[in-house]
Ligand binder design. Structure first.
Ligand SMILES: Cc1ncc(COP(=O)(O)O)c(C=O)c1O
Length: 423
């Protein structure tokens, strides 16, 4: 065969091959995703996801050489980028390298792991604590290891995906109830409690989508009444709620042992990456030796561990940071009210959702705000239901009152314009 005819034959073969398919072309979830991406492109909207930022997450960020006032990052206390936190991470790399290089139970343990765990336990007032390499993994692995088929996991409609996934993996029964509807939960448990052995209520200190602060008193009453354990995910309340940022127990003025399993992430107030649980000695020992997400995974990296230690030291020394964040959150809601906007969540919660009730409207509003120098993420299906599509503002201690005063009227105006153009 000559070269020429080989090329012609190849061309003929290619002409017969349909456009290369992806292995997921037939997956309903992928088809739905493609439709939504196409809708976004057809509407002339820039994809708001996975957009790279330059530099540290702060109240002003740079993207594509443009400065934007940002409400999408959870550098809540401004400790990401703090010189002492950065220096601690660098020193840890110099001393231990960039990886723990093994599971902690084998050869991955370094002194910093124990130091961070002691400091976390000390800060929270618990007997012990344990750190994992991801906040998400912490929920998945701890919940699925703690409960089994004869048990039950009880969570509400606002539960983070990591809680739901952990509950499903455990094999235990799951019960859900509308967030905050404690009477309804009581009635449900009255009926269902005889049907399971152990039960774990998992609640969030501050709800990551809706911004409410947990009613810890009701949660504890419920757990006691029905003989359950209580786990609280403090991803958005650790370092924020309570006069010194110790979380919902401090905020509610309740004893530390009101909560059986404290959970939190290192990625928000502690300017690092990873997760923790805290509680009594037995619980932590049980997880330290047997929790699959800990023993079958590499130890938290030296830099992440050292950054979290340094951030926690600053949080302890500087309680004005959580205080300032709570003040900014309150201020944001006050200015929102003055501008006719209804923002969800408790007054001093750092998560402030502006529900617009329609995926497309949320995407367009986010896009238009970007053009006006304001960066705030649209939250749409499947993260929330279509009727509760929203812009979610994360307030931080870095935001100034001036930034808030400038942002909110622009949001109100742009929303009004869009509503009018759609009507
Ligand atoms: C309530 C809640 N729990 C757990 C996580 C997971 O934490 P991480 O992102 O640090 O893995 C998040 C993440 O934002 C969260 O909002």
């Amino acid at each position: 065969m000559t070269t020429h005819s080989a090329a012609a034959e190849q061309k003929a073969i290619e002409a017969d091959i349909p456009e290369r398919k992806s292995v997921v072309d037939d997956f309903a979830g992928y088809r739905a995703l493609r439709r939504r991406v196409e809708d976004m492109e057809n509407a002339g909207l820039e994809n708001p996801y996975f957009q790279p930022r330059d530099g540290v997450s702060h109240s002003v960020i740079r993207r594509n050489d443009k400065s934007l006032v940002s409400y999408s990052g959870y550098n809540y206390l401004g400790l990401n980028g703090h010189p002492a936190v950065t220096a601690a991470a660098k020193n840890a790399i110099d001393k231990y390298g960039t990886s723990a290089s093994a599971s902690r139970i084998a050869a991955g343990q370094i002194d910093l792991h124990g130091e961070l765990e002691r400091k976390l336990a000390n800060f929270l007032g618990t007997e012990d604590a344990l750190v994992f390499i991801s906040g998400y993994l912490t929920n998945v692995s701890v919940i699925s290891h703690l409960l089994a088929r004869p048990d039950a996991v009880i969570y509400d409609s606002g539960a983070h995906n990591s809680i739901i996934t952990g509950a499903r993996l455990s094999g235990a029964k799951t019960f859900t109830y509308p967030n905050g509807e404690w009477d309804g939960l009581d009635a449900l448990l009255e009926k269902e409690r005889p049907g399971f052995r152990r039960g774990l209520i998992v609640a969030e200190g501050v709800y990551s989508m809706d911004g409410q602060i947990l009613d810890l008193k009701r949660a504890v009453e419920t757990k006691k009444r029905h003989d359950l354990l209580l786990m609280v995910d403090e991803a958005h309340s650790f370092g924020i709620v309570g006069p010194t940022g110790r979380g919902v127990c401090e905020g509610a003025g309740m004893p530390v042992d009101s909560i059986d399993v404290y959970m939190g992430t290192l990625s928000k107030t502690l300017a690092s990456s990873g997760g923790y649980i805290a509680g009594d000695r037995g619980l932590i020992e049980y997880m330290r030796y047997l929790c699959p997400g800990l023993i079958f995974s590499v130890g938290l990296s030296p830099a992440d561990t050292a950054a979290a230690i340094a951030a926690l030291d600053i949080l302890e020394r500087e309680p004005h940071r959580p205080r300032r964040l709570r003040e900014r959150a309150k201020f944001f809601r006050k200015v929102a009210r003055e501008n006719g906007l209804t923002v969800g969540g408790d007054e001093d919660s750092p998560v402030a959702p502006l529900i617009v009730g329609d995926d497309k409207l949320a995407m367009m509003l986010s896009h238009n705000l970007l053009e006006r120098g304001i960066e705030v993420q649209p939250i749409v299906r499947p993260a929330v239901s279509a009727t509760t599509a929203r812009l979610r503002f994360f307030l931080t201690a870095n935001h100034t009152e001036e930034q808030i005063q400038e942002t909110v009227p622009v949001v109100a105006r742009e929303l009004e314009k869009l509503r009018r153009s759609i009507a």
